[in-house]
Design a protein around this ligand. Structure first.
Ligand code: KG4
Ligand code: ZN
Length: 334
């Protein structure tokens, strides 16, 4: 029988609760923390306090909306890591309390693995093996997915994640956090007329720190000649930044596909919501004859539906955790 699972995701700044029943997501609620906008980035201490405030009301709302009782649940799933420790602690402890009081198995899930497995929530689903470019505020990886529980990172960033590259570039332009969605919006109105040299990094790894410095110097020099440069050229600057970040991601993905011979290509994580990236990769898919997969928008950014879906595979295999489960800020995918 397929289990009914309540899943908790609290690795960063979103408190998310999902309920999976009969292999379908009944609800996927996300309580976002707008409070960080004022600080220009996530403040870990503030994030964990917000999780504490939001988590129980969000669980109650999820149970009500799913029209189930707590006693209908067969397992509790939770993100163990990677993420902010103070944020993870809140989710893990609430999950333990629920598992203990309802006498249910507890299932720990790796957040990055769950981003990849979000592709199995809806159709069309990729077939194994496939490559998944996982790009978010915390991670930038090319993952070789051999089956549901067998994943290998074949390329990753050596410094900033792609989402950080978006957010930090946006900060240089005076945009609020998170700047990724705003750069996406303004880029659609502009032209990529400025170019930032693509970082030279061996193999399938990424690096965004050099690009960030190039953008910083470009803005500094341009502002010397015209102190209104950013205001007057915001859309073109955004289009140029977006094009540079996305082309770098695309070029590594092409390399990974050529090296592995795999043409099943997926993207996941918050940056996969970027319209420019979706378009660029969809066009590349035609050129390279890839089957290309993008999850629904609500399953790209952090969400508990992906945790619930991943946990169902562990449930099937009987992989449960005990109540000594501890969150992990760093957690390798395999
Ligand atoms: O997966 P996610 O919600 O959280 C993490 O696990 O980090 O990703 C958040 C990141 C942020 O850096 C945000 O700026 C970026 O994803 N992001 C975008 C877009 N939507 C979210 N970046 C570019 N374009 C977007 N449309
Ligand atoms: Zn994430």
């Amino acid at each position: 029988m397929l289990p009914t699972i309540l899943a908790i995701e609290s690795s960063c700044d979103d408190t998310s609760i999902a309920i999976l029943k009969d292999d379908a997501i009944l609800v996927n609620l996300v309580a976002s923390q707008k409070i960080h906008e004022a600080y220009g980035g996530i403040v870990p201490e503030v994030a964990s306090r917000q999780h504490l405030k939001n988590i129980i009301p969000t669980i109650s709302q999820a149970i009500t909306q799913a029209k189930i009782q707590l006693t209908d649940l067969q397992a509790i799933a939770v993100t163990k890591g990677p993420g902010l420790l103070g944020s993870l602690v809140v989710g893990v402890n609430v999950a333990k309390a629920l598992a203990l009081s309802l006498n249910l198995p507890l299932i720990e899930v790796n957040h990055v693995k769950a981003h990849v497995l979000a592709h199995f929530i809806d159709d069309p689903k990729p077939s194994f093996p496939f490559l998944c470019l996982t790009v978010s505020g915390g991670h930038t990886q090319i993952v070789l997915v051999k089956d549901f529980l067998n994943l290998e990172v074949i390329g990753q960033t050596r410094d900033d994640a792609a989402g950080e590259a978006y957010d930090k570039s946006g900060k240089l332009l005076g945009l609020p956090y998170p700047a990724g969605p705003l750069i996406d919006k303004y880029a659609a109105l502009g032209e990529a007329k400025y170019s930032f040299t693509e970082p030279k990094i061996d193999g399938l790894d990424f690096s965004f720190s050099g690009m960030k410095t190039a953008i910083r110097y470009f803005l500094r020099d341009s502002l010397k000649g015209n102190d209104q440069f950013i205001t007057e050229n915001r859309n073109d600057i955004c289009a140029s930044i977006q094009f540079s970040i996305n082309s770098f991601l695309r070029n590594k993905l092409i390399k990974a596909s050529k090296e592995t011979g795999i043409k099943e290509i997926a993207i996941a994580g918050g940056v996969s919501a970027n319209k420019g990236l979706r378009k660029m990769l969809a066009e590349e898919a035609d050129r390279q004859d890839w089957n290309f997969y993008i999850p629904q928008f609500q399953y790209c950014t952090d969400n508990a539906a992906m945790i619930a879906k991943a946990s169902a595979y562990y449930y099937e295999k009987g992989h449960f955790s005990d109540l000594s489960l501890k969150p992990a800020a760093r957690l390798p995918i395999s």
